[in-house]
Write a protein that binds this ligand. Structure first.
Ligand SMILES: *Cc1c(COP(=O)(O)O)cnc(C)c1O
Length: 380
């Protein structure tokens, strides 16, 4: 096992039974055995997405599913609205532009969440918008968007509702059918706690109708091809999938279902709440608006006078805890604690001990144990 505790917003610590699943024999991906494991895995995926629709696995990271999700459903020249309040919202903008989509931005201040009213206003103002993309959990800022409430707004419009749940599915509440999500996508290495390298996507009937109208402009990520191969008996993927990662996803999704989705979501919310309290107990400041702060990642302002290299270098090299830094203009200004996947008080205690000792060592705080004490109280 890795002796560095990964407290990152992906990749997250992978359980031994998931790692072991990957050591099974690699089988023919065009045979009955793989068909069986693929069927079981995509069915588990649909359960986790909470949808009656089929799910598809893509060999690639979460970004592959982001690209598949929009390139197949929005045609070049068509208008798409992207909520942008961080790095991943920006990514949807860039992917859309890459595919010649008329990408419009609904800008949200980093650290705050979009409101359903803002989405409604944008849709009212422009009836040509064919799709709206929202990042459920903006991992770069630690903010969760109100995807259920936005879904209620979206029901009154024809535009497709595309939601990135890469850092929230199996960690925060995502109910694809209930929320009216047309395209929902995720990745393996965040809350699902499988190794990096697989993504998954599910589409509603409306989204498939859009796929049938859009001329394919991506080859590897062509969802028409994925649907065609997926409907074979036994089902297949268009090109060679990562057989080993399929085993890993299968085992990780079984762990999710064994814990129970609701329990798992509650556990993540508890970790988030405990983390927020511990951050405050150390006298540190949250970056995100607390009312909309994420269930899976907590962003913290870097204390005055402390450099990212000193802080995160020490937590990692001296205390064995790997935290994430800030991205773009937040680089050096914040650090992020990923509490997704298999996380409970044990990992948080170690994490806040490392943060407390590091900050005291750097002269930024007096009480190194305040965070740990707070974690203990939260979990008592
Ligand atoms: C991690 C992440 C992605 C995908 O990133 P990959 O590195 O391609 O797996 C997409 N969206 C969000 C919100 C993420 O956190």
């Amino acid at each position: 096992m890795n002796d560095i505790l990964l407290m990152l917003p992906g990749p997250t610590t992978v359980a031994p039974r998931v790692l072991n699943a990957m050591s099974k024999a690699v089988v023919n991906h065009r045979g009955a055995k793989y068909g069986e494991i693929l069927t079981e895995t995509t069915e588990l995926m649909s359960k986790v997405f909470q949808t009656q629709n089929d799910s598809y696995l893509l060999t690639g990271s979460g970004t592959a599913a982001m690209e598949a999700g929009i390139a197949n459903t929005v045609a070049p020249g068509e208008k798409m609205l992207n909520v942008v309040g961080g790095k991943f919202g920006e990514r949807f903008m860039k992917i859309a532009q890459t595919h010649g989509i008329d990408a419009q931005e609904l800008a949200v201040e980093w650290g705050t969440a979009v409101t359903p009213e803002a989405v409604e206003e944008a849709l009212e103002a422009d009836e040509d918008i064919k799709a709206v993309s929202v990042i459920h959990n903006e991992t770069s800022t630690g903010v969760a968007a109100p995807i259920e409430a936005i879904g209620k707004v979206m029901k009154n419009y024809d535009a497709l509702y595309i939601v990135d749940t890469v850092s929230s599915l199996a960690g925060d509440e995502v109910n694809v059918d209930k929320f009216g999500i047309d395209v929902c996508l995720t990745g393996s290495q965040k809350c699902i706690a499988a190794p990096p390298g697989m993504a998954a996507i599910t589409l509603s009937d409306d989204a498939w109708a859009a796929v049938d109208k859009v001329e394919s402009n991506t080859f590897y990520l062509d969802l028409k091809a994925a649907r065609k191969s997926g409907s074979k008996v036994p089902p297949e993927t268009p090109y060679t999938p990562s057989v080993s990662l399929t085993y890993a996803m299968n085992e990780a999704l079984k762990m999710v279902m064994e814990e129970g989705l609701d329990n798992r979501v509650a556990r993540h919310h508890k970790a988030a709440k405990a983390s927020v309290a511990a951050v405050k107990a150390l006298g540190l400041e949250l970056f995100a608006d607390e009312a909309v702060s994420s269930a899976t990642v907590t962003a913290v302002k870097m204390p005055e006078g402390i450099t990212d290299a000193d802080f995160r270098g020490t937590t990692r090299d001296k205390y064995g805890v790997e935290l994430a830094g800030g991205q773009d203009h937040l680089k050096g200004n914040i650090f992020r604690i990923g509490h997704m996947g298999n996380i409970s008080y044990k990992e948080l205690t170690q994490t806040f001990a490392a943060i407390g000792m590091t900050l005291k060592g750097l002269g930024a705080i007096d009480d190194a144990g305040a965070g740990v004490a707070s974690i203990a109280e939260s979990y008592l």
